[in-house]
Ligand binder design. Structure first.
Ligand SMILES: *Cc1c(COP(=O)(O)O)cnc(C)c1O
Length: 392
């Protein structure tokens, strides 16, 4: 059921995302025994499929949880209280990951960054080189900071660790990049990847994953943080894995269909589609703010702009709340808001997952309409620029 009785809701939050009808239909079926041969075969197929999306031949654990659960699994399995990790500041999600690590008893050091410009990767090398005693156990990153619409170049971060010849693990949150923006777990030397179901995988919220390198799995055997539900040990012993509790079979019915859709389109085509839709979104925003008085792109580093979400900062003194409220209440368009310190100061256009040109143009045109109706200053013509961009 849509939030409004008329028409279909245009849903452009940067997570959760639109669930394709194909996935909803695939999930609309009776339950099966999670110990049955039928489910075990589905579980195996999904494991291999998710590994292809992660581009890894190493280990994978799926959880019945949100992405936060997979973060907690990562921290609880890899570290002992009192150990130090290095967090690369990106924004709201690096802050929440920091808070979680601190709650679990870890010491978190931050590579501080201007979150509109992005972290300086050279600072990571600098810090690691100084850590002669190898007290830093891991570098924690967010691949795609959903709060700011910025990507962190992970291949460069990998090189930063290599240049420093530092053995720290490299962890990354790919919740809003996986299956929208290219990610290469093994080629980039990522030791731990956190993912979630409700963004690029186009599923309901409630399933999360960690890709785990062999090195990380080895490290986990010595980690002392208490764990049970999240314990990789508890999940090992049956192929491809055990769930601590009942396996969420309906999430697997959906996941199997999602993987089928991604493979039919082809991952490269999926990434290209996201790049195309993101370019069009940015073209619109750049026109809206072209006189310096309208909304602007939050991310100021062009080669780090996210292809799955665009964060748009409001003009000084203009709240984004009336705009978002008008969009959803009058026109049935749901846009993301600002998170944490940016609440009320920005809106975010999610363009990840199951989205095409007409859906995006509907969103951009209606955003323009809602800006007009709620009195936000902007330069008209953003939609024309998006059309030009998509037609090119
Ligand atoms: C959405 C998101 C999360 C949170 O995921 P949950 O499933 O809500 O826990 C974490 N990190 C990033 C980068 C996200 O986009």
């Amino acid at each position: 059921m849509n939030a409004k009785p008329r028409g279909r809701q245009f849903f452009n939050n940067p997570g959760p995302t639109n669930i394709p009808d194909r996935i909803l239909r695939a999930m609309d079926r009776p339950v099966i025994d999670f110990m049955s041969d039928e489910f075990v075969a589905i579980h195996h197929a999904c494991h291999s499929g998710v590994k292809r999306v992660l581009k890894t031949d190493q280990n994978l654990f799926l959880y019945s949880s949100t992405g936060h659960g997979a973060w907690e699994a990562a921290l609880a399995n890899l570290f002992s209280p009192g150990e130090t990790v290095l967090m690369v500041e990106t924004g709201y999600f690096s802050d929440s990951w920091t808070e979680m690590a601190q709650h679990l008893g870890l010491k978190v050091e931050m590579i501080a960054a201007d979150i509109r410009k992005g972290a300086d990767v050279a600072k990571i090398t600098e810090r690691l080189v100084k850590d002669k005693a190898h007290e830093i156990k891991a570098v924690l990153t967010v691949h795609n900071e959903t709060a700011t619409g910025m990507v962190l170049p992970l291949a460069e971060v990998r090189r930063a660790l290599d240049e420093a010849k530092h053995p720290a693990l490299l962890l990354t949150d790919t919740i809003s990049s996986l299956a929208s923006i290219d990610f290469k777990m093994d080629a980039w030397g990522i030791d731990l990847t956190v993912g979630g179901s409700q963004k690029g995988l186009m599923l309901p919220t409630g399933m999360a994953l960690t890709g785990v390198s062999n090195k990380a799995l080895e490290v986990s055997r010595k980690a002392k943080t208490p764990r049970h539900y999240w314990s990789w040990d508890m999940m090992t012993g049956r192929a491809p894995q055990k769930f601590v509790g009942t396996a969420p079979v309906h999430m697997f019915f959906g996941l199997q269909e999602s993987l089928k859709m991604l493979e039919e389109e082809g991952l490269d085509a999926v990434f290209a589609r996201h790049a195309r839709l993101a370019d069009a979104t940015r073209a619109a925003v750049q026109v809206w703010g072209s006189d310096g008085k309208g909304p602007q792109l939050f991310c100021q580093t062009p080669d780090r702009l996210s292809n799955s979400v665009t964060a748009v900062v409001m003009p000084e003194g203009v709240s984004s709340d009336p705009l978002r409220k008008t969009a959803v209440d009058r026109f049935n368009l749901s846009l993301g808001g600002g998170l944490g310190k940016m609440m009320g100061k920005m809106f975010r256009i999610g363009h990840m997952g199951d989205l095409n040109e007409p859906m995006l143009l509907g969103c951009l045109a209606t955003t323009e309409l809602a800006m007009k109706a709620s009195g936000v200053p902007f330069v008209a013509g953003g939609v024309d620029a998006a059309i030009e961009s998509l037609a090119a």
